[in-house]
Design a protein around this ligand. Structure first.
Ligand code: AMP
Length: 610
């Protein structure tokens, strides 16, 4: 049997670690780097590239370079998140048969799992190279706020990469493991994780080797890339003002300015002013090349981005409440993720909690190290020295109730694992199948939540309406992954079931046009959890009756609620702070002014940092 490693599969960079002689080591690759860019591409010759080689050619081959795939994994094509992302990705997204997102690269279509698997395989091979040993098992981390589908997809990607996935672990929990390593603690810690693409906050009680998550929450659309974006918009606006040239037309220019803005942002964490200098960014009317030169102060960067930091603090406030604790109840606050290095983030957090954040974990390495600790603990090699993790469900899971309301089966922040049983019944004589949609999310209405999938229970024995009672068990494991099983109550036989992901699977098929649309099982009003399913059944005769050929579909939203529309990314106004930029800002001469449908490319592009 080979080695087990921990993998921090990031939005922009991925990192791996292992435990050797009881000590964690971040794996260093041949080029001396400790991270691998989470980038996949196919070049002009048709070669598949992963990591640095893919990243290095990204600007010249944007349409065939896949970055930030983590923001899409486990999402459905028509979902709001995907709609938002379609506006900003440079590669082509296509819809799969089950409404899943697929990516087209050079006429080849890939699932998100395949893209992530390519990155994971590169990490596995590089780790084998560095460790001179076979690596065949891993703990892979995910944002705490990831839903069931996203977790399942990461698991599948690991498997495709030839890894036995020992566990899918939440990133903040991994950081807490790294913090607790080698210490005998009895503390309540808050982990603030602001990476390249996502933000997570978790409240965790550490008692020696027991790590108990009390509450978790986050924002899968808040990360370093949003900070880059604010600065990039400012820079382009200044260039437009000074020269009359709208660079938002030019993908290559936008990519270069985004890179330059990120470099400036990172530098401004340690210096007060920084000069952005992008050579030969455009040409003037006479064909003379223009450089973009602009001095940015830390103060200006803070003004441009303070609203993003405030958003994260608001989430912290909410999660503290959900944890039933106060700022005073927090013993330590740990910072994880590259963007947490920004001085403004540290200052704001210190103001909020009333004490300086701990310096005891490495913001870039803690997650991979925690994953390695968990991998070691779960692999046979740990003996009896493992850690105990008690995690919670990040977002509620439920089914459609009356009026399209979410009937919550599992509440947010409830301890894992857990299971619930519900009884479904048929509504028609000889009904042979029932279907049930399961959702996850915090909205009151299922239409605004993520559809985890449609479960079809079929080959139900022929019987009069309501005679068959199918007992469904919803089981969420310790990773927050949902499984359903069903039995015919009378016969005790397992009812066959099939899970389809996405909305298309259960939509009426074209060839069945004349047939009536499917109906969906709806939930009863909330019940005391300890109520036996039989009484549930009696009180709620319609906890049931979803026949795949039935003619009336239950609405998934109340009649007066407009169906949710994909939220197109508006052409964003440039956000310019009222203060004047630092003196010395100079942009060079004008070129013909282009007016910009490509303005939304401003909110793009490439390097979505984790
Ligand atoms: P991670 O995914 O944790 O590697 O974080 C990546 C994000 O952190 C990217 O958006 C980086 O631009 C950002 N980042 C890295 N170092 C710094 C720094 N010193 N100051 C501000 N942001 C940083």
């Amino acid at each position: 049997m080979g080695r087990a490693i921990g993998i921090d599969l990031g939005t922009t960079n991925s990192c791996a670690a292992t435990i050797e002689a009881g000590k964690p080591h971040v794996i260093t690759y041949r080029d001396g780097q400790k991270t691998i860019p989470s980038v996949f591409a196919i070049d002009k010759q048709g070669n598949r590239l992963v990591g640095n080689e893919a990243k290095d050619q990204a600007a010249a081959n944007a349409a065939n370079t896949v970055v930030a795939s983590k923001r899409l994994i486990g999402r459905s094509f028509g979902g709001q998140a995907t709609e938002k992302m379609k506006q900003v990705f440079t590669y082509e997204l296509v819809e799969g048969e089950s409404s899943e997102v697929l990516i087209k690269v050079k006429d080849q279509v890939f699932t998100l799992e395949q893209i992530s698997a390519a990155i994971l395989r590169r990490i596995k091979e590089s780790a084998e190279d560095a460790l001179d040993d076979e690596v065949d098992q891993a703990v892979i981390t995910v944002p705490a706020y990831f839903n069931d589908r996203q977790r399942q997809a990461v698991r599948s990607a690991g498997k495709l990469a030839g890894l036995k996935v020992l566990r899918v672990l939440n990133e903040p929990t991994a950081a807490a493991l790294a913090y607790g390593l080698g210490r005998t603690l009895s503390q309540r810690v808050a982990i603030y994780d602001l990476g390249g693409g996502t933000f997570d906050i978790s409240i965790i009680d550490i008692k020696d080797k027991i790590f108990e998550v009390i509450a978790t929450g986050g924002d899968t659309f808040l990360g370093g890339v949003d900070f880059d974006d604010r600065l990039m918009q400012y820079v382009m606006h200044q260039f437009l003002q000074d020269t009359g040239i709208d660079l938002s037309y030019d993908r290559t220019a936008v990519t270069r300015i985004r890179d330059a803005s990120e470099n400036a942002k990172i530098a401004l964490s340690s210096v007060d002013t920084y000069r952005i200098n992008v050579e030969r960014i455009a040409e003037d009317e006479d064909g003379a090349e223009l450089d973009l030169v602009l001095d940015i102060s830390r103060d200006l960067l803070e003004k441009l981005t303070v609203e993003l930091v405030d958003r994260s603090i608001e989430t912290c406030e909410r999660i503290l409440k959900e944890a039933g604790t106060t700022r005073e109840g927090i013993d330590e606050i740990l910072l994880v993720g590259g963007q947490s290095r920004m001085p403004l983030v540290r200052r704001k957090l210190e103001q909020f909690i009333g004490r300086a954040p701990s310096q005891k974990v490495h913001p870039d390495e803690a997650v991979a190290i925690g994953a390695a600790i968990m991998a070691h603990s779960l692999s046979a090699k740990a003996g009896g020295h493992g850690v105990t993790l008690l995690d919670v469900l990040p977002q509620p899971i439920g089914i459609a109730g009356k009026g399209g309301k979410m009937h919550v089966l599992f509440k947010k922040n409830q301890p894992l694992p857990d299971y619930k049983q519900r009884t479904l019944t048929t509504s028609r004589d000889d009904q042979r199948s029932i279907m049930l949609r399961v959702y996850q999310g915090e909205s009151e209405y299922v239409a605004d939540n993520e559809l985890l999938g449609t479960f079809h229970f079929y080959n139900i024995r022929p019987a009069p309406a309501k005679a068959v009672k199918v007992s469904v068990t919803f089981h969420i494991d310790s990773e927050g992954i949902l499984n359903l099983t069903a039995i015919d109550k009378e016969s005790g036989q397992t009812v066959e079931s099939r899970l389809n992901l996405g909305k298309n699977d259960d939509a009426p098929k074209k060839k069945r046009k004349k047939k009536k649309p499917e109906a969906e099982a709806t939930a009863p009003p909330p019940m005391p959890l300890n109520m036996p399913t039989s009484s549930l059944q009696q009180q709620n005769p319609l906890f049931n009756a979803a026949d795949e050929e039935q003619d009336t579909a239950q609405p998934t939203a109340p009649p007066n609620t407009p169906a949710p529309q994909p939220v197109p990314e508006p052409v964003r106004p440039l956000e310019v702070p009222k203060s004047t930029p630092a003196p010395g800002n100079r942009l060079l001469a004008p070129k013909e002014e282009k007016k910009g449908f490509f303005a939304r490319l401003l909110s793009m592009i490439f390097f979505w940092r984790k």
